[in-house]
Design a protein around this ligand. Structure first.
Ligand SMILES: NC(=O)c1ccc[n+]([C@@H]2O[C@H](COP(=O)([O-])OP(=O)(O)OC[C@H]3O[C@@H](n4cnc5c(N)ncnc54)[C@H](OP(=O)(O)O)[C@@H]3O)[C@@H](O)[C@H]2O)c1
Length: 430
């Protein structure tokens, strides 16, 4: 059997545009040269035999949605199109573990299709609606870098095990491979498992952005702040408590009685069991709050029970992660949705009484920022942040993992591992 591998014809079959063709060729050449164990010389580049066998296949294993439906309709395929690096600051990662977030279930059902589609279209500078199916879900992961673009940061190398996150307008990571900008990955510290690393960045960045961007929390002044985290037992709540304690804030959190031992491990100052009587009175004894972060998805109708706990006339804020932005654009289209969003931001500010006390009601959301990735990764390296895991599922059992997230009442992250038996079995499927 000839050992030469026709790289150029493979790249052509991946439908890479002429301007990107040269870049991708060079990137892969560098990637494979530095990863080489058994090197094949072909034309003007070198290729690692092991990597080439998997990489040069334009197909990969993935769980995909072929229409917006229920999670029962997700399909396992070994025929999904492999991602291709098209930008010089991207890395190509082979996934080892990934987490499931409530967003995955919502996106499978069609949540965010209008706005996310508009962002995809703008990114492609196209006048046409982008093809959204088959859609791969999955936002955060741990995996091995197997190729890197020419402008990727020097501290990221082929073979590095990294933790990363994929923005919702990109194809996700419940698949063998994913490409992401280098700013959205960080090296996995040796002392944590792949599973823990896979569960950090989506909820971590949501908590980070909700507090720092939406909440306007200045870390230098955090020690003067009294903050309530509603729902300390979930993924976002876990991260919010640990970030706030690291920044020096005084943190009170609420959770179910059966989550108290988990939440205690995150070292908040006070824990209130929300299933007990007079929760509001119990919270009042800890003083008025500068910020309240709702990481439990409290319905809008109930927000006014919490707003009296905010400090008056001090720019205090109630931050919800249940922003209606995507839902409104789904229901009313892009422009109608944006108009409705404006109304939905003003009305709760008035009805909850927040504006009449110099407070505000704000929306927090996941924001894929490199500075957030760096800060979260540093905290994990310094052993100042842990990632509680409720359960790990095998890749073949992904639907069970989704169902567990759908049931709610989570006590830590739900993780999927890309174990070899599952992948071997999946290769036998279509
Ligand atoms: N906008 C965004 O970009 C964004 C990003 C990430 C997440 N989110 C949203 O943020 C919320 C949290 O996400 P997550 O990933 O952390 O979800 P999660 O892991 O399911 O956590 C939610 C936690 O809240 C607890 N909880 C429920 N009702 C509560 C209440 N009344 N008081 C206190 N705790 C309560 C739940 O446990 P029990 O029910 O057993 O108490 C669960 O542990 C979800 O609504 C999610 O959709 C939004």
């Amino acid at each position: 059997m000839s050992k030469s591998i026709t790289i150029r014809s493979t790249l052509r079959s991946l439908s890479i545009s002429p301007q990107n063709y040269v870049f991708v060729t060079r990137t892969l050449q560098r990637a494979f040269t530095s990863a080489a164990t058994t090197v094949y010389n072909c034309d003007d580049m070198s290729v690692d035999q092991t990597t080439a066998k998997t990489m040069w296949s334009s197909k990969m294993i993935a769980w995909q949605a072929h229409s917006y439906s229920t999670i029962d309709d997700l399909v396992l395929t070994s025929n999904a199109r492999s991602p291709v690096m098209v930008r010089p600051k991207e890395v190509l990662v082979r996934i080892k573990a990934s987490s499931v977030n409530p967003l995955d279930i919502m996106m499978a059902e069609g949540y965010g299709q209008v706005l996310l589609g508009t962002i995809r279209q703008a990114q492609q500078l196209s006048l046409h609606k982008p093809v959204e199916f088959p859609l791969t879900l999955g936002r955060d992961f741990c995996g091995e870098i197997i190729a890197k673009g020419v402008k990727v940061k020097n501290d990221l190398n082929i073979g590095d095990i990294v933790m990363g996150v994929v923005p919702p307008f990109h194809q996700g990571c419940h698949a063998e491979y994913v490409t992401v900008p280098d700013g959205l990955v960080a090296k996995k510290p040796a002392h944590i498992t792949n599973e823990e690393a896979a569960g950090l960045l989506y909820t971590g960045l949501t908590a980070w952005a909700a507090l720092k961007v939406a909440g306007g929390l200045c870390v230098l002044k955090a020690a003067e702040k009294n903050i309530l985290v509603i729902g300390g037992s979930g993924g976002v709540g876990n991260c919010a408590i640990q970030l706030l304690k690291h920044w020096g804030a005084k943190v009170t959190t609420t959770c179910h009685s059966n989550a108290i031992s988990l939440v205690k491990g995150l070292k908040p100052d006070n824990i209130v069991d929300y299933t007990t009587k007079d929760v509001q009175k119990q919270l009042e004894q800890f003083g008025k709050f500068d910020l309240i972060l709702d990481a439990a998805g409290i319905p809008y109708d109930n927000i006014s029970t919490y707003t009296p706990l905010l400090k008056g006339w001090s720019c205090s804020a109630f931050i919800t992660l249940r922003s209606p932005i995507l839902q409104n654009t789904d229901s009313y289209g892009f422009f109608g949705g944006m108009f409705k969003n404006a109304i939905d931001l003003v009305v709760p500010n008035i009805l909850s009484g927040a504006v009449f006390k110099g407070s505000s009601f704000r929306w927090g959301t996941f924001i894929p920022l490199e500075s957030g990735v760096k800060e979260l990764a540093k905290l994990v390296v310094e052993k100042k942040m842990i990632i509680p895991i409720e359960k790990t599922y095998k890749f073949m059992d992904l639907k069970d993992a989704y169902k567990r997230v759908q049931e709610g009442h989570l006590r830590g992250k739900i993780i999927i591992t890309f174990d070899k038996p599952s992948l071997d079995k999946a290769r036998l499927t279509n």
